[in-house]
Design a protein around this ligand. Structure first.
Ligand code: ACO
Length: 402
């Protein structure tokens, strides 16, 4: 048959594809995405049905194992995760070394990377047992790691995980409870956060997932591969957009709330302004997650009895953008991040924690892709080619002669 490797060797032919806009690096059976139609499915199940009826842990199981769990399988999975939520006491000391104003994403990715120093018994990507236990440890410990980053930032004592609570309740308790005070998470908040985590759980070859795969393709262990994904997620063009959206809304509010002026600024590219939370590499129709999240923002704010002027600004921005030729021609629609920040804010999270919440949600997707890649027969190290644009051959000039 046709051998692209041979052709390349003979002709020096490579394709240049900026931002990998048109290059599939992998075959994958995890998530189906049709950007023209606005369709997203995990293992064949529509995202709308999962968000409506599923739970985050069930979704994690589905993504990683390929099938929905039975009642017994879900109970066993959930029990196993619950048993691993505690961090080694020495891990806690990492937080002492971080400055108090450190961004939580930096703390979280560092601590996740450091898990590979604590669990040296489970770093082999090729041992099924080791893959399993590191998967469980990551799912179990990331909420604890994230909550500790928050506690560190506000100067409060860490709250240990509680094994009689569900995944989301436990995370909320570790984040918001204060020692010696009762804490009962609001069921509205628990339900909404569970749904948001499900909606973020996978999105095929996005920047952070591709990063996890690329790092993992060198046969690096799962902990450091995931830590790399967390770092990739931090940028404002990716997961960091949820923080950037809220800051944009606050800026508009602070400068008098004039939405039309801001839209004009974006269109004129003044100071590189973008309408954050709009646009997507793949969705050229609506983002199906954004639809669900917009409805959730209304529900959560009204259930918590909170009105937020920033929500009004966001609604006005969306309305004006969708009626404007600039956005219509470029097929720019709200993405998953446009309304999430408003919900997180209503729940009491500070802006800097928003992208950490995205990481909690995306974790099962990253893990599922790492497993799929490692198990792929004949998988190769990820190694893009380049088109060299530098100087051609020239002779070295000794230092004294320059
Ligand atoms: N505001 C204004 N103009 C935009 C926006 C935006 N949010 N997004 C894209 N455009 C414009 C571009 O300037 C470009 O215009 P041009 O053709 O006149 O030069 C055109 O639309 C195409 O945009 P690209 O940047 O080529 O699209 P790309 O697929 O490379 O980028 C991205 C996608 C990064 C999401 C982009 O739309 C963006 O920066 N959005 C804002 C940040 C954001 O919300 N990111 C979250 C993405 S979802 C996620 O990761 C969870």
């Amino acid at each position: 048959g046709f051998d692209i490797g041979k052709l390349r060797a003979q002709t020096g032919l490579v394709t240049l594809d900026s931002g990998y806009g048109n290059t599939a690096a992998y075959k994958s059976a995890i998530t189906y995405l049709d950007g023209e139609e606005g369709i997203l499915r995990y293992r064949g199940y529509p995202i709308e049905q999962i968000a409506e009826r599923g739970s985050f842990l069930e979704t994690a199981y589905l993504l990683i194992n390929g099938e929905l769990p039975t009642v017994d399988e879900l109970a066993a999975f959930s029990d196993e995760i619950t048993q691993h939520t505690l961090l080694h006491e020495d891990v806690k000391r990492f937080y002492d070394g971080f400055p108090r104003d450190a961004h939580p994403m930096a703390m979280v990715s560092s601590v996740v990377s450091a898990l590979s120093t604590f669990y040296q018994d489970s770093l082999s990507p090729f041992d099924e047992q080791q893959r399993h236990i590191s998967t469980v440890r990551l799912l179990a410990k990331l909420p604890t790691i994230a909550a500790y980053a928050y506690k560190k930032a506000i100067g409060h004592p860490f709250v240990y995980p509680s094994n009689d609570l569900g995944y989301v309740e436990n995370f909320l308790r570790m984040t918001f409870s204060v020692p010696a005070q009762e804490y009962d998470p609001d069921p509205v908040v628990v339900g909404a956060l569970d749904k948001l985590l499900m909606l973020h759980a996978d999105h095929e070859q996005n920047c952070s997932t591709s990063t996890v795969r690329l790092v993992g393709s060198s046969q690096a262990n799962l902990f450091v591969s995931i830590s790399s994904g967390i770092n990739a997620l931090w940028g404002p063009l990716h997961g960091g957009a949820n923080q950037a959206v809220l800051e944009m809304l606050e800026d508009i509010q602070a400068s008098g709330g004039n939405v039309a002026t801001f839209i004009r600024k974006v269109k004129n590219r003044e100071d590189g302004a973008k309408l954050m939370g709009f646009g997507h590499r793949v969705y050229k129709n609506f983002d199906p997650r954004a639809k669900i999240i917009k409805a959730a923002a209304h529900d959560v704010l009204s259930a918590l009895g909170k009105s937020d002027e920033l929500l009004d600004i966001a609604l006005a921005l969306e309305e004006q953008a969708l009626a404007d030729d600039y956005f219509v021609e470029r097929k720019l629609y709200p993405n998953v991040d446009f309304y999430t920040g408003l919900i997180y804010r209503a729940m009491g999270f500070p802006t800097t924690m928003f992208t950490v919440l995205f990481a909690l949600g995306r974790l099962p997707g990253w893990i599922a892709h790492w497993h799929e890649m490692i198990k792929e027969p004949g998988g190769r190290i990820g190694r893009p080619r380049q088109v060299y644009t530098g100087v051609e051959l020239r002779d070295y000039v000794p230092l004294e002669a320059r």
